[in-house]
Design a protein around this ligand. Structure first.
Ligand SMILES: CC(C)(COP(=O)(O)OP(=O)(O)OC[C@H]1O[C@@H](n2cnc3c(N)ncnc32)[C@H](O)[C@@H]1OP(=O)(O)O)[C@@H](O)C(=O)NCCC(=O)NCCS
Length: 172
């Protein structure tokens, strides 16, 4: 149905409109575990319907490329790339999520690498991302893969009690 990009039990493919609900389920399941201890317990819990609507919108937006990692016809990971809205000459990597039960099996790396290939193929020479300052697992992953922290560039979310930091990567 959609182009298959790699195959050896796990396949990474371009997501279509029918994937929005599965992508949202992965998204919610992942952040519920990964962001426990980062966001205060009082912070609002996102609803599946809202996240599904956000994914549906993102998949429909022609500027975005949404990828789904699928095992046995079940979506277990997601990633989204697009032009950075604040720096359109730079590609942006977002929503890299793998269901917690499958962490540590290389799925995040496959999605990350495929996402960067998509950005290169679109003509981008640099990529950027925002990650929660306290998300040490993801930051470790990015740093091991060559991403560089941009000193002093932060986004603060006082109502959520969280701060994001920015990383960039040369794609050439
Ligand atoms: C970050 C995330 C996508 C990694 O997915 P994954 O499928 O576990 O990734 P991989 O198995 O390919 O491992 C990638 C890296 O994650 C880190 N990692 C994997 N297992 C880990 C563990 N048990 N403890 C700490 N870090 C670990 C390592 O840096 C690893 O790189 P390495 O194999 O070169 O050491 C996943 O943990 C996740 O969904 N986290 C929550 C969402 C999130 O933080 N997304 C990023 C938002 S910007």
């Amino acid at each position: 149905m959609y182009p298959m990009l790699q195959a050896d039990g796990l396949r990474v493919r371009v997501a279509g409109p029918d994937d929005a609900a599965a992508m949202a389920t992965v998204h919610l399941e992942t952040i519920r575990v990964a962001y426990r201890g980062i966001f205060p317990p009082s912070s609002p819990t996102p609803h599946l319907e809202d996240i599904t609507a956000e994914w549906r919108e993102a998949i429909a937006d022609g500027l975005n490329i949404a990828l789904a990692a699928e095992e046995v016809e079940t979506v277990v990971g997601t990633v989204l790339v697009r032009p950075d809205p604040e720096m359109p000459q730079c590609g942006q990597l977002r929503r890299l999520h793998v269901v917690p039960s499958r962490w540590g099996h290389g799925i995040g790396t496959r999605l990350h690498d495929e996402a960067l290939e998509r950005l290169r193929a679109t003509g981008f020479h640099a990529a950027g991302l925002w990650v929660l300052e306290d998300n040490l697992r993801a930051r470790g992953m990015y740093e091991q893969r060559g991403w560089t922290l941009v000193p002093g560039m932060v986004k603060r979310w006082p109502t959520l009690g969280a701060t994001e930091v920015r990383y960039t990567l040369d794609l050439d």
